[in-house]
Design a protein around this ligand. Structure first.
Ligand code: 6PG
Length: 245
């Protein structure tokens, strides 16, 4: 039975520090236990502060970068140097600033012929990587997720056909017109829910209602809000910045 927890913080920086501390502790426990640590990074804006912290003392020294493997929960189908690209954000705030071997970083390749081809390639990449691990059939040790005011997570938006995917770990998807970059590549629930632990990083006044509805399972949350359908193997922890609530 998955353990669910909510941890509230009075500001974004306090929440980001708590997330960085959690990631460091969890990563070292995984390396001690299995010799490696796999993490799926979230896009959007909220995680940027945590990523910057991980690239600074004390976290940059504590993290087992040599044994850490970095993946992405979703991507916008734009070039890697585009302002909306999630890999670009993580690369700038974190990956170019820490001693992680570049071959341990697995961006979603968006420089291919189509968004469908990009999703197919990442699906193959993940299956190949995790099939080679002793920890089959799980996926990531830790996955970072955000939540939108519409209850989406990764690029799994309400009413999207991607929500019904039962086999593939990665599919292409369309974001609604109000979201940045409409063509997306996203992990599906089969991939997300085979992770051991999910951390939701969220907060801010605009998200107070959606966070409450999902955490308290209100308004048939699982029917309407994809973030409410995350159901990992071990833990789901909500890190909530309540500033402005
Ligand atoms: C993306 C993210 C998405 C994000 C939420 C929250 O590619 O946009 O994966 O799921 O986490 O939209 O975004 P903010 O952190 O910017 O509020």
């Amino acid at each position: 039975m998955v353990q669910r927890q909510v941890r509230e913080y009075a500001s974004s920086i306090e929440m980001s520090i708590a997330v960085a501390e959690f990631i460091c502790e969890y990563a070292n426990k995984c390396v001690e236990k299995q010799g490696s640590f796999t993490i799926g990074l979230s896009g959007g804006t909220t995680p940027a502060r945590t990523y910057s912290l991980l690239a600074q003392e004390p976290y940059i020294t504590i993290m087992p970068w040599e044994k850490t493997h970095v993946f992405f929960g979703d991507e916008r189908f734009v070039p890697p140097d585009h302002p909306d690209n999630n890999f670009r954000m993580a690369n700038e705030h974190l990956l170019t600033k820490v001693p992680i071997p570049r071959h341990n970083i697995f961006p979603i390749d968006t420089q291919v012929s189509s968004v469908q081809e990009s999703a197919k390639r990442y699906d193959n990449l993940l299956k190949e990587f995790f099939d080679s691990c002793d920890s089959k059939p799980t996926s990531f040790d830790l996955i970072l997720l955000g939540v939108g005011t519409d209850g989406h997570t990764a690029s799994l938006f309400p009413s999207s056909p991607a929500l019904k995917e039962k086999e593939r770990w990665v599919v292409s998807a369309y974001a609604p017109e109000y979201a940045a970059s409409r063509q997306r590549i996203t992990l599906t629930f089969p991939a997300i829910n085979m992770s051991r632990c999910a951390l939701f990083l969220c907060g801010g006044k605009s998200k107070k209602n959606i966070i409450g509805a999902i955490i308290n399972d209100e308004f048939d949350a699982k029917l309407h809000y994809p973030a409410a359908c995350v159901d990992t193997l071990d833990e789901i922890i909500w890190f909530v910045d309540t500033e402005g609530f």
